[in-house]
Design a protein around this ligand. Structure first.
Ligand SMILES: O=P(O)(O)OC[C@H]1O[C@H](OP(=O)(O)OP(=O)(O)O)[C@H](O)[C@@H]1O
Ligand SMILES: Nc1ncnc2[nH]cnc12
Length: 203
């Protein structure tokens, strides 16, 4: 890792805020929007992702991003790579012919869809989302892409919650990139720093 990468990681890490007991009791929510509220952290995030991808040297034909937070930075990465961005959305939001898959979440269940006419068989995909928790979302998205005959050559998240072992749900952990990892102990430690905790209206 270069000195610039280390500096960017520190900036990114310190821009994230925690929200204990959101959206449900017992969940410690990591708010990635903190990184987008600060242009320096935002720049650091994009530079870090591009630096990782350059190091991997993988050929990428399209970036597939997951609703909602994969939509914030996925298109920027696609633009930098000069490849299409393709959204995966929650049920009933995409027009035309779609493929769908049901999946389990850290705090519920959901269904995701992708337009079938956009990705051709053999397309090499970079799959992006903000966070890996239980892995239900990304595991399902990988399956959705593979079922269309595409190859998920890399899956990238900004944040990995280690305590939930989400990697176990991924089809290919050898092609999984994560920028920041948080153990349960890390989250507890950050939660002792009031600067890093969101003031909250939630019970
Ligand atoms: O690894 P998992 O346990 O599947 O959880 C991770 C997913 O949960 C969050 O999205 P959420 O479902 O809250 O939807 P949103 O981004 O539309 O708010 C997060 O942005 C990931 O997509
Ligand atoms: N703990 C968490 N923080 C932010 N987003 C999440 N999505 C699922 N679990 C999450």
């Amino acid at each position: 890792m270069t000195g610039a990468d280390t500096q960017n990681l520190d900036l990114l890490r310190s821009s994230l805020k925690l929200c204990p007991n959101f959206p449900k009791k017992g969940i410690t929510f990591i708010d990635v929007f903190g990184a987008f509220a600060n242009p320096k952290a935002h720049r650091a995030l994009i530079d870090l992702i591009l630096s990782r991808l350059k190091k991997l040297g993988t050929t990428i034909d399209a970036v597939v991003g997951l609703e909602a937070r994969g939509f914030i930075f996925g298109p920027q990465i696609a633009l930098e790579l000069q490849v299409p961005f393709v959204p995966v959305r929650k049920l009933g939001k995409l027009p035309g012919k779609v493929a769908k898959i049901d999946y389990d979440l850290e705090y519920g269940k959901d269904t995701m869809e992708i337009q079938t006419q956009v990705l051709k068989p053999g397309t090499k995909i970079l799959l992006v989302d903000d966070l890996l928790a239980t892995g239900g979302t990304l595991g399902a998205a990988q399956k959705l892409c593979v079922d269309l005959g595409c190859e998920v050559v890399e899956t990238l998240v900004i944040i990995e919650l280690l305590g939930l072992n989400g990697r176990a749900k991924l089809t290919d952990v050898n092609h999984f990139t994560t920028l920041l990892q948080f153990s349960e102990a890390d989250l507890e430690e950050i939660a002792t720093n009031s600067d890093r905790i969101h003031e909250s209206n939630h019970a």
